[in-house]
Design a protein around this ligand. Structure first.
Ligand code: IPD
Ligand code: CA
Ligand code: CA
Length: 265
């Protein structure tokens, strides 16, 4: 049956939709700037900050006491220490910068250290993925379920590459190679929040990436779980991937195999 969104989720969706209008306008401008000598670099960081400001204002208006963890502005303590919003106003900045229509807004609500609601909105495709703890994951009104594919040869696996150090790049290539040996179809789409949402929607069987930040994965983590998928820290089941940023998400049948391969790489 169709979802009934709760007040928190409504607030999050409203904030994402409002910010999306500003981002869509700016995305249109990027095409002009793309061909200028200066390029759209500074303009895109301003677009990013504008979107974050809109989301901040909307969420603050609706829940004045909640805290924030946002990519651009960092931590803002709230009067209410139990609740905070985790916000990436533009996930997939490099795509946005190049006029590639694959980027999203990601907003999660964390209550006493646990993610209880998540929204990932891709305004160009008008796809809004959302979930609340215990209430399932949805795209608009359709329920999301991870894919039922159990044959690795039929699987599509998304990933992303860390840029931070030579060591992390080398580790990535080892893992990429190892996964390539068990499945032919790897993808690098460039927006981690959407990669996770695509696992939830059954479009990809799995996604892994290291060195992400909480704002990249907080909403997507819940969306995958509520769609019946498995999500973990790649190295240690006791760690929380929303904190470590080393994340593997997969459908239940392929999860163990992929995890084994990544660990052995
Ligand atoms: C990035 C995207 C990308 C991932 C990067 C992230 P940003 O977020 O999610 O897919 O590979 O590691 O930093 O910078 O576009 O918000
Ligand atoms: Ca991001
Ligand atoms: Ca971002």
């Amino acid at each position: 049956m169709a979802v009934l969104t709760t007040p928190n989720l409504n607030v999050m969706i409203r904030a994402a939709e409002k910010a999306s209008r500003s981002l869509i306008r700016d995305f249109g401008e990027v095409e002009n700037l793309q061909v200028s000598t200066k390029g759209p670099g500074d303009f895109v960081s301003a677009a990013d900050r504008r979107a974050e400001e809109i989301i901040f204002e909307e969420l603050k208006k609706a829940r004045p006491d909640f805290g924030f963890l946002m990519e651009e502005s960092g931590k803002i303590e709230g009067k209410n220490p139990d609740n905070r919003w985790i916000v990436d106003p533009l996930d997939g900045t490099t795509n946005f910068l190049h006029g590639i229509p694959h980027w999203a807004i990601s907003i999660a609500l964390e209550t006493r250290g646990e993610i209880i609601a998540g929204v990932v909105y891709d305004p160009i495709k008008d796809e809004i993925f959302h979930a609340e703890k215990g209430l399932g994951a949805f795209m608009r009104r359709s329920r999301l379920r991870v894919s039922g594919r159990s044959d690795l040869m039929q699987a599509t696996i998304a990933t992303g590459a860390p840029r931070n150090s030579k060591e992390s790049r080398e580790q990535f290539f080892k893992e990429y190679n190892a996964v390539m040996n068990i499945t032919p179809s790897l993808r690098r789409f460039g927006a981690a929040a959407l990669d996770l949402s695509y696992v939830a929607a059954g479009r990809c069987e799995a996604f892994w990436e290291r060195e992400l930040k909480s704002w990249d994965v907080a909403a997507g983590w819940l969306i995958v779980k509520e769609a019946g998928g498995f999500v973990c820290d790649i190295d240690n089941d006791r760690n929380n991937p929303v904190e470590t940023g080393n994340i593997l998400a997969a459908n239940g049948t392929l999860y163990d195999d992929i995890k084994k391969v990544l660990k052995a790489a």
